[in-house]
Write a protein that binds this ligand. Structure first.
Ligand SMILES: N[C@@H](CCC(=O)N[C@@H](CS)C(=O)NCC(=O)O)C(=O)O
Length: 202
């Protein structure tokens, strides 16, 4: 059984939860609250020396970094479109994993963290990087429905979470209509699950 060290409002953790849901895989969740400015416990640092979530553990092996976890899961998936085997197709997917870890993370995710969680940083600069990310994505998505190739892949799953909540960093998707359509495409995939569990209505 897989175990995911996770926090609900983390977009990086949501990338992993979303792929697991789309693959229909069962797993255990261990909630880790890393928002406190406390030193990490040695037992957690043994899983991830960076002291970050997500971490996936399977067969006593801990895998850290959301992109690495997506690669691990998609490489094992029966449906090969999530991380195709051909060299060029794999390189195209990996290009967008790099965008997720750079422009999306340092732009969209950072702007959200500054606004929502009081993270120190330059909001205007993060928003500018976020707009670069959205422009890159919008240009690519003008060419086709998915970021890499003819089918959804972990390129889409890696970029989607922080794009879908860009407004929490005061970045509107309205000027990026290809991105908005792509979000709807992902939300229509069988097995799609939203980032936050819906609250029961009162
Ligand atoms: N590159 C890492 C980034 C992970 C990351 O930033 N995780 C955040 C939660 S979204 C975290 O653990 N933050 C703890 C902290 O900064 O103290 C990945 O993609 O997994």
């Amino acid at each position: 059984m897989k175990t995911l060290y996770d926090m609900e409002r983390s977009g990086n953790c949501y990338k992993v939860r979303l792929l697991l849901a789309l693959l229909g895989e069962d797993y255990e969740r261990v909630t880790v609250d890393l928002t406190r400015e406390e030193p990490r416990e040695a037992s957690f640092l043994a899983l991830n020396p960076r002291g970050e979530i997500p971490v996936l553990v399977e067969d006593d092996q801990a895998i850290w970094d959301s992109g690495a976890i997506l690669v691990y899961l998609a490489t094992q998936a029966v449906d090969r479109h999530w991380f195709p085997d051909a060299a060029l197709a794999r390189a195209r997917v990996t290009q967008w994993l790099a965008v997720a870890a750079n422009e999306v993370h340092h732009g969209l995710a950072a702007a959200r963290a500054i606004r929502l969680f009081g993270r120190t940083g330059d909001l205007a600069q993060s928003q500018a990087v976020g707009r670069c990310a959205l422009t890159l994505l919008d240009q690519q998505l003008a060419r086709g429905p998915w970021l890499a190739g003819e089918a959804p892949s972990i390129a889409d799953i890696a970029c989607y979470p922080y794009v879908s909540i860009a407004e929490e960093g005061a970045l509107s998707l309205a000027p990026y209509q290809n991105v908005a359509r792509w979000c709807r495409n992902i939300e229509s995939l069988p097995g799609y699950t939203p980032m936050m569990a819906r609250q029961p209505s009162a």
